[in-house]
Design a protein around this ligand. Structure first.
Ligand SMILES: Cc1cc2nc3c(=O)[nH]c(=O)nc-3n(C[C@H](O)[C@H](O)[C@H](O)COP(=O)(O)OP(=O)(O)OC[C@H]3O[C@@H](n4cnc5c(N)ncnc54)[C@H](O)[C@@H]3O)c2cc1C
Length: 414
């Protein structure tokens, strides 16, 4: 009989096992993973560099149907002081400290936190070494298909017995990494509500007439998500154009509810300010300086040439010289530069999106992440109804929720 069995050796499951064993070496902890190695998804995060967190972490970067205030303190990594704390490992506070303890050296690039190696694989290796060191038992190639409970004991696949179970099976995205959404079924079987699931942090498809011509362009813009002609959210950052879609961090962060809106037959548009650093008037004065130029040539001195060509095609007077433009036309040009519109027709699916929005309703768990439907059952990571923006927030939730659950389990196993 195991004290704790964790289903899923991804970011949250591994962190939970390490936090448990580090604090109580006597606990019999079992980690079950259906792949032949741990952290298959973790190893491809951040384009292989693993964006582990963000120094600006606060609650506003996370979404959930439930109130996240119980987790606020744990999520907020106040500042980067921890780098100075390397000499003082007795006074540890956030999940950063846990990462360092478990062999992951950290560094930052702008506000983004990475492993010092800048390689996700090294995080997996450090975790593997630590799991061995702490004698965590791991069964790979073990696919959990059934969990039941009788007389305070859980049984997994009619095979393994455990006093406590932690569901760390991830969400539904990138199923080839192992996260097929099975955790939702287990939690449902214990009476939990699963909120509607959507792919989030994904590209958005557009029927923009000249989208093919824009393939490969990357620009920094201010983008707005406009739903039924009302601006819903804004984001600054890089947009990447593909042959049929808008992509990049900025678009990912606007993608969360798009599938839902489209299912509700709402019109969805992305409106881009291509020159957010200059006002309409400043742009008009700038363009006037190109009086003997064709409008398209003047535009290509301001924005990426492919965008300039597309925008000029949209404007009926693109062949005019700048000096021939009427006042209204010149205003119209600048308005177009600051409001380039893309009609959105679809979004990426669960195969391509980075996270699942929705999941097991957080309100049905205690603030230690124990189920209120079934004692000694815990859930952590993406299987819960919490999803973050792009920029390290989802791994920070996976790690933090794992530590929260581990601490709660440890309370009862002193
Ligand atoms: C391409 C990509 C890039 C990303 N980049 C970043 C990034 O840079 N920063 C960031 O913060 N977030 C990033 N994310 C999101 C982040 O990776 C996830 O939110 C995080 O890994 C979730 O952790 P988890 O432990 O909940 O689930 P997972 O990491 O998905 O782990 C779940 C584990 O459970 C196992 N499992 C599932 N079902 C069973 C079963 N029935 N039996 C046994 N085992 C099972 C799976 O095989 C898997 O190993 C990225 C996601 C993707 C897809």
């Amino acid at each position: 009989m195991y004290d704790v069995t964790i289903i899923g050796a991804g970011a949250s499951g591994v962190m939970c096992a390490l936090a448990l064993k580090e604090n109580n070496r006597n606990l019999k902890v079992l980690l079950l993973e259906k792949n032949d190695k741990l952290g298959k998804k973790l190893s491809i995060t951040g384009n292989g560099r693993c964006n582990l967190g963000n120094i600006n972490t606060d609650i506003s970067n996370f979404n959930s149907k439930s109130d996240l205030s119980n987790f606020k303190k744990n999520l907020e990594a106040r500042n980067f002081e921890f780098l100075n704390k390397l000499d003082n490992l007795n006074n540890l506070e956030s999940y950063y400290d846990y990462l360092i303890r478990f062999g992951v050296l950290l560094t930052k690039e702008k506000e983004y936190l990475y492993p010092y190696s800048m390689q996700a694989l090294s995080v997996c290796k450090s975790f593997e070494r630590c799991l061995n060191h702490l004698n965590v038992e791991i069964k790979y190639n073990y696919d959990v298909s059934k969990v039941s409970k009788k007389a305070d004991v859980f049984t997994i696949n009619d095979d393994i017995k455990s006093k406590v179970i932690v569901i760390a099976t991830g969400g539904k995205t990138y199923p080839k990494t192992g996260s097929t959404g099975f955790g939702y079924d287990i939690l449902k079987s214990f009476g939990h509500t699963i909120t509607k699931l959507y792919p989030s942090l994904t590209h958005l498809k557009t029927d923009y007439k000249y989208i093919k011509d824009l393939q490969g362009v990357r620009v920094n813009v201010k983008a707005s998500l406009c739903v039924s002609e009302k601006i819903e959210t804004k984001e600054n950052g890089q947009v990447q154009f593909t042959s049929d879609s808008l992509s990049g961090i900025c678009i990912f962060n606007l993608s969360r509810n798009v599938k839902k809106y489209l299912n509700e037959n709402k019109t969805v548009k992305i409106i881009m300010d291509l020159v957010p650093d200059y006002s309409n008037i400043e742009l008009q004065n700038y363009i006037k300086g190109f009086s003997s130029y064709k409008l398209q040539d003047a535009l290509s001195c301001i924005i990426n040439n492919k965008l300039a060509v597309a925008l000029a095609k949209e404007l009926k007077f693109s062949n005019k010289l700048v000096k021939q433009l009427t006042k209204n036309e010149l205003e119209g040009v600048c308005l177009a530069l600051k409001n380039m519109r893309f009609n959105i027709t679809g979004s990426g699916d669960f195969n391509t999106a980075q996270v699942t929005s929705g999941g097991a309703l957080l309100d049905e768990f205690t603030k230690g992440l124990e189920s209120t439907k079934c004692k000694e059952l815990y859930a952590i990571g993406e299987v819960l109804d919490v999803d973050g923006k792009c920029g390290g927030y989802n791994l920070s939730w996976a790690f933090t929720s794992a530590i929260i659950a581990a601490n709660d389990i440890l309370k009862d196993n002193d």
